[in-house]
Write a protein that binds this ligand. Structure first.
Ligand code: ADP
Ligand code: MG
Length: 873
């Protein structure tokens, strides 16, 4: 094959290891480079590439990659406009040979059920889009991949059914734009959300089912057009944005009852030149916050993963720091086979950029992934479950015929609500939630037993009713994640309205004892076994398997999210308390009030724009439980009461509010003061990502109140609960000159920013007044809060603005430092002027962008607030 002779080499097999495969490609000189009389400083031998410093020809750096493509010289343009090697077998690597190495492997991976990702990285104008998408007849990897994909689908028609879905999006300034949905572009972009099974995804992104390559090409054209207009709209050019094409391939092998699903991510990254740092470490950090956060974060993620690969201890991989890395999480260090093509210019004037591209690529090469085939035997599983279900229903009806009638129609329905749910879940995602499956099995196993227990209770005149319930443990999780589910049996004593919740094990055990009692009762009835003493129908309480001492019962929970505390913003919420099956148990009015040591509420001036200001400082706040409304537990039986339990941060023991009885809408008026004496990053993370779980406990006649155990709890003499102490581990010693120096620089910056902050606060204050006016106009009902807090949204918008101002400042500094070199000739001066005007343009763009984002955000908040006060009034 002529392609083998081309200047490229395959250093290792695509499937042997899941390291990220890296290819480099050098393009022809462009006009500017030719006009400047550039010479090439790059050479290639096999898959290694050497770059020479134009100012010091002795200084060379060599890198070895999986593939190296020479597309710089030795090519001709054929009649159709196609770039081909000058002579057959020449060293020029054309689009076809690149596709054969990189594209075919990705296709093969996808067909096997692996996720696959292809990233193009390099300076603007280095050939990323040429390699990924191509121009005119020189089609790039994406269209060639689609051609081959649909061809493969046609060839395999008799073994599998395939579906392809296409989406195309752009990330610009951390905003996601759907390139396939015209007109509906909202100013803030689409939201990136996270789900446990699915990982990060873009909410509401248009996915178009496709059945041919021309259809995909048409969509790509449409997307590219939208991208250009979107770029003009945002005063930028598309080299500053990332373009992401997602091809989802679903294959159904009906004979084997297997479904395979794979995502192919094709990413044309923003020009790499923007993320290079020019100044100090502090500058670099600031610059990273906005210019192209995604690209900087991608670099950081790659660095961390490269460190992991060489065995260094890495505590945190910053996937969550940018939109791009969120969306590529599984492509990088996760479940995907990933290829990066790094493109560069071989011209001497691009030395710095090209060297930095090669270094970046070098690090990416070390990343190791753990790709797995995404297949699931879903259909078969559902079939088996349905068959088992049918058998069970049959058994159930037999039980009924035998006289032990199972009158629990709801249970049957329930089994059917669960079958559907299982079916749905296996069709939607490719995997069935194993915990749901376990619950399903438990449910069908326990159902006839519960029916029998009810039957026995009836015959023995116990007045006790049994009911199966599914407990969703997510309700008690402080992050609200969908954890496991569990089966429990609710036992109700009809007369006294007492309720118990029995675990599965307890029920099974009791059922055993009930059967004994039942048999004895039958024997007594028949007169063939006279027992001394009491008859089974009137066993002493402690011997009666149908009865238990009464205890407080967990009725449901509500989540009060703590994020506003990180900004020292008060929060007032009306929370829905949900029972384990999603029933509304009550409405709970609660507040979080940031306060002083003495408990005085803080004012607007104390609102923080950057939560990290709290680090190392004391934070005081009060949790206020005001009132419970519409308590279902009390409505059912008046002789009951409730308490609220809650647990904060690391505390092992819950605290409880005092018990209130007999009232459907009891006032709680319970206030607890907490303090962190020395706020750590860990506490800050907790506040920003967690909720305090408020547990609603039901009290019943004969049970004792729940009491807060104060064992191991630290309190100040004023009765303030300490959630975090000032520990020696929290104070990092500043012992070397360097960090203290950079700390000083940062402190200076902080001072400057504080003055910006003060003027923003003034503005903030007047906006707040406007907001309040809007709120009071629309909603005068006391206790009805606006939720979730607009204050937090506002602080967030300010925070974004604050970050972008930081980077604008960095850019200004860079402009100030930018000088022509001493020995510049005319050309040098011209380049300097070009660069200078580019920096100026960037600077003003960024400034305008920041201000307009702030304006948009504020407008959106005001609008939302109006809408909400409309809804709540
Ligand atoms: P990027 O997407 O990195 O900004 P482009 O892919 O748009 O850069 O390439 C810039 C120019 O260089 C385009 O005119 C393109 O046609 C040309 N070019 C890039 N790579 C090659 C190549 N391998 N062979 C021929 N021309 C190329
Ligand atoms: Mg491009």
């Amino acid at each position: 094959m002529p392609a083998c002779c081309a200047m490229r080499a395959k250093a290792s097999d695509m499937h042997s290891k899941d390291c990220v495969k890296v290819a480099v490609r050098v393009r022809p000189f462009n006009k500017r480079e030719r006009d400047a009389g550039s010479r090439s400083i790059v050479s290639m031998v096999s898959s290694s590439i050497t770059i020479q410093d134009p100012r010091d020809p002795q200084s060379r750096r060599s890198f070895c990659f999986d593939y190296a493509y020479w597309s710089h010289s030795g090519f001709a343009r054929d009649r159709g406009g196609l770039y081909v090697p000058e002579e057959p077998g020449g060293r020029y690597a054309d689009q076809d040979s690149v596709f054969q190495d990189l594209g075919e492997g990705i296709l093969e991976n996808a067909l096997q059920g692996y996720n696959a990702t292809l990233l193009a990285y390099g300076q603007t104008g280095s050939g990323k889009s040429y390699s990924m998408v191509g121009y005119g007849p020189n089609k790039g990897l994406v269209p060639k991949l689609c051609d081959r994909l649909f061809q493969a689908i046609r060839e395999n028609q008799d073994t599998r059914q395939c579906q392809v879905f296409f989406s195309m999006l752009e990330i610009y300034n951390e905003q996601v734009v759907d390139l396939l949905s015209r007109g509906s572009r909202n100013p803030g972009g689409l939201r990136v959300r996270e789900e446990q099974q699915r990982g990060f995804y873009v909410e509401g992104l248009r996915t178009v089912p496709c059945d041919s390559a021309p259809q995909v090409e048409q969509l790509m054209e449409q997307g590219t057009r939208t991208r250009t207009t979107a770029a003009t709209h945002m005063n930028a050019n598309s080299s500053r944005s990332h373009m992401l094409i997602i091809l989802q391939l679903k294959q159904i092998f009906s004979k084997e009852s297997i479904t395979k699903q794979s995502n192919i991510n094709l990413v044309d990254l923003a020009g790499s030149e923007r993320q290079r740092s020019s100044g100090s470490e502090a500058d670099r950090l600031k610059e990273g916050t906005a210019i192209n956060l995604s690209l900087t974060t991608l670099g950081n993620v790659i660095s961390s993963l490269a460190d992991v690969a060489v065995g260094k201890k890495v505590v945190h991989i910053p996937y969550r720091d940018s939109v791009l890395t969120k969306l590529l999480q599984s492509a990088l260090g996760g479940n995907s086979r990933t290829v990066m093509i790094a493109t560069l210019s071989p011209a001497d004037i691009c030395y710095e950029e090209s060297l930095s591209t090669l270094r970046y690529a070098e690090r990416a090469k070390r990343i190791q992934n753990r790709a797995v085939v995404n297949e699931s035997p879903t259909e078969r599983l559902v079939k088996e479950l349905k068959a088992e279900n049918a058998r069970l229903l049959q058994r159930l009806s037999r039980l009924g015929q035998e006289g032990r009638r199972a009158n629990d129609e709801t249970s049957k329905t329930m089994i059917l609500f669960m079958c559907l749910c299982l079916g749905e879940s296996s069709a939607g995602s490719s995997q069935t939630d194993p915990s749901l499956l376990a619950v399903f099995y438990d449910y069908i196993k326990l159902m006839p037993m519960v029916a029998e227990a009810n039957q026995m209770s009836q015959e023995l005149n116990k007045g006790v009713e049994f009911k199966l319930e599914i407990k969703n443990l997510a309700l008690s999780d402080s992050k609200g994640h969908d954890l496991e589910k569990e089966i429990a049996v609710r036992v109700t004593c009809m007369g006294r309205k007492q309720v118990w919740m029995w675990s599965k094990a307890k029920f099974v055990n009791r059922k055993f004892l009930m059967e004994e009692a039942y048999q004895q009762h039958q024997a007594e009835k028949n007169g063939d076994n006279k027992v001394e003493g009491l008859s089974t129908a009137a066993l002493p309480r402690d011997k009666d398997p149908f009865w238990d001492p009464v205890e407080p019962l967990l009725l449901g929970t509500a989540h009060l999210w703590l994020q506003s505390l990180a900004f020292r913003i008060p929060l007032e919420e009306q929370l829905e308390v949900l029972g384990s099956e999603g029933t509304e148990e009550a409405i709970l009015q609660a507040q979080l009030v940031p306060c002083t040591f003495t408990g005085l509420p803080l004012g607007e001036d104390d609102i923080l724009i950057d939560p990290s200001e709290l680090l190392g400082r004391r934070l005081d706040f009060q949790l206020v439980l005001e009132q419970c409304c519409g308590l279902r537990w009390i409505r059912e039986a008046r002789n009951r009461g409730v308490q609220i339990g809650f647990r904060l941060f690391d505390s092992s023991q819950p605290l409880y509010s005092p018990a209130v009885w007999h009232n459907v809408n009891p006032l709680l008026d319970h206030r607890v003061h907490f303090a962190s004496l020395h706020t750590s990053q860990r506490l800050l993370d907790y506040l920003q990502s967690s909720a305090v779980v408020l547990e609603l406990w039901g009290l019943q006649e004969g049970c004792t109140d729940l009491i807060s155990s104060l064992e191991g709890v630290r309190m100040t003499t004023e009765g303030i609960f300490i959630i975090e102490e000032a520990g020696p581990t929290h104070t990092a010693p500043v012992d070397s000159a360097e960090p203290s120096c950079s700390v000083r620089v940062l402190q200076q910056d902080l001072e400057e920013l504080k003055s910006v902050n003060t003027s923003l606060r003034k503005e903030n204050h007047s906006l707040r007044e406007q907001l309040n006016a809007a709120r009071n106009g629309g909603d005068s009902v006391r206790g009805r809060s606006v939720r979730p807090s607009c204050d937090a949204e506002f602080a967030r918008a300010l925070k974004v603005f604050y970050h972008s101002m930081t980077s604008v400042r960095a850019q200004l500094q860079r402009l100030r430092r930018h000088r022509p070199s001493e020995e510049s000739d005319l050309l040098g001066l011209r380049l300097f002027v070009d660069e200078q005007s580019r920096l100026l343009r960037d600077f003003s763009e960024q400034l305008e962008q920041s201000v307009s984002t702030l304006k948009q955000d504020v407008a959106a908040i005001v609008r939302r607030k109006r809408e909400r006060s409309g809804i709540w009034s």
